[in-house]
Design a protein around this ligand. Structure first.
Ligand code: ZN
Ligand code: ZN
Length: 188
């Protein structure tokens, strides 16, 4: 078996409730990128072999995902070192041992693209941002200088994941997928 390629050229992970189960969705920047990742790789994954591993280190965590493929010659695995977030913590508590894997696309929206009640990344609505100047937030004490929101769109195709584990950093490399990932991608 040849060494598998590792892929980390995605923006992050969205964790959402959708269709009753939690969804894990690596975020890609375009439909085109979605098409190639889904159609060349994930489509061929054999659902019961899909594994996701989380290894926390301080306020970050490693996301590591791989599976056996019906097309092993072009298979890839995914990893990324990410910042912990509320969504991540909610997934950790609530996944119940299974999730749907989808892909998501994301778009940054600016003030002119959104309705008045759209939320900025600062937590305040578009209507609180100055439309004349440089879109700064007028909310008391907020130091946001420019309206910006991050909109995620989960795509329909999905796989079911039933092998999810959160591992301690000290014994994480007992797991073969984590070990393979760290050997290839973690420099120390
Ligand atoms: Zn703002
Ligand atoms: Zn604000």
């Amino acid at each position: 078996m040849s060494a598998i390629s590792w892929f980390d050229d995605f923006e992050g992970i969205a964790y959402r409730y959708y269709d009753l189960r939690m969804n894990i969705a690596p975020l890609v920047s375009s439909r085109k990128e979605y098409a190639s990742i889904w159609h060349d790789t994930i489509r061929y994954w054999i659902d019961p072999t899909i594994k996701i591993r989380f290894v926390e280190t301080g306020d970050k965590y490693w996301f590591i995902m791989g599976a056996d493929s019906q097309k092993p010659e072009s298979n890839i695995s995914f990893f990324k070192l990410l910042q912990k977030s509320e969504h991540y913590e909610r997934f950790k508590k609530g996944h119940g041992g299974e999730a749907y894997l989808r892909l998501g696309t994301y778009a940054h929206k600016s003030l002119k693209d959104v309705k008045k009640d759209a939320l900025c990344n600062c937590g305040h609505e578009a209507v609180d941002h100055d439309e004349n100047d440089n879109d700064e937030c007028l909310y008391n004490k907020c130091d946001c200088k420019e309206f910006s929101s991050f909109q995620v769109n989960l795509l329909k195709r999905k796989k079911t994941i039933t092998d999810i584990a959160f591992l301690d950093e000290k014994d994480a490399t007992d797991d073969p997928l984590v070990k393979a990932c760290f050997d290839a991608n973690k420099s120390e």
